[in-house]
Design a protein around this ligand. Sequence first.
Ligand code: IPM
Ligand code: MG
Length: 358
Amino acid sequence: MEFNIALVPGDGIGPEIVGGTVKVMESVAEKFGHKFNFSTYLAGGCAIDAYGEPLPKVTVDGCLASDSVLLGAVGGPKWDHVPGNMRPEKALLGLRKVLGLYTNLRPAVIQPALADACVLRPDIAAKGFDLMIVRELTGGIYFGERGRNEAGDAAFDTEAYSVAEIERVARSAFEIARKRRSHVTSVDKANVLETSRLWRETVHRLGETEYPDVTLDDMYVDNAAMQIIRAPSFFDVIVTSNMFGDILSDEASQVTGSIGLLASASLGETTRGMYEPIHGSAPDIAGKDLANPIATILSAAMMLRYSFDLAAEADFIEKAVADVLAAGWRTADIKAPGAETWLSGSGMTEKILEQLGK
Ligand code: IPM
Ligand code: MG
């Protein structure tokens, strides 16, 4: 099979981790007889420097014309002082919106080989942890009306959700739960927010009418933040709004041991998705070959699984990563306390390529 993949490496460590991931994808393509055609586009701070805007039209057009997008990360201190509507992050939000990617899947799993990197109490970690956060990605406070008053001494951002927006992401969550342990926890703040009350009503109506076989419960977001640490094995699928999902997914990733390991998939109505690590551009370590490429490599595996329907190829990459970790190889972010050696980012990519049989 042949696929056209848009690469958006972005800023900071983005180019390093996307570069390593392309090698992994090329190795898999060769092994399984596929052809991946890569085209690279600028977005974020590098696009501000090159084009004067974070998301130039050539990037949007290239992504719209692709079969899927692999993104590294955007942003950095160099662009921290540009006006809000020109920030590098605008590129990310703009791509999600223009590609119609309203469902964001963020799996958080404890890799057995990395139990020592897990920050949970050992008796809690021993129960395991395999959670899928389904985050709404193109609505809510991220895209609501915002502004300042004339005097500039007051500002507002608006959380808004329609039934249709809630239904489509909830449907994704129920469908995914059916392929897992058939348990959805809907996270909201319905004791305070009207959008959350609509969220809860809508998710329940959908659950009762279309997914009676899936267990559905609700949790307030503050309690969910606590339970992810206290009893993570309770969760199977969490479905939640854009901002709550942003926050809980960072928490869940750190609970697994390293934010450098977690992949994500953003999906809409078509098979074209955008795949990216959930971590940021880490400007402090950019250019030092320290960044862990695993989250991006696992994001590529998700692309093969969810957009291209290449499950065996995705399994192959995921197994290679698990085997390399099981063999004890570590990058700086996941090394055991006191360890004196670890792999560079490119060294980790090499190990994974070796495991794939190159
Ligand atoms: C994420 C990031 C982004 C978000 C930022 C960079 C805009 O934190 O993908 O989780 O908040 O969605
Ligand atoms: Mg985030």
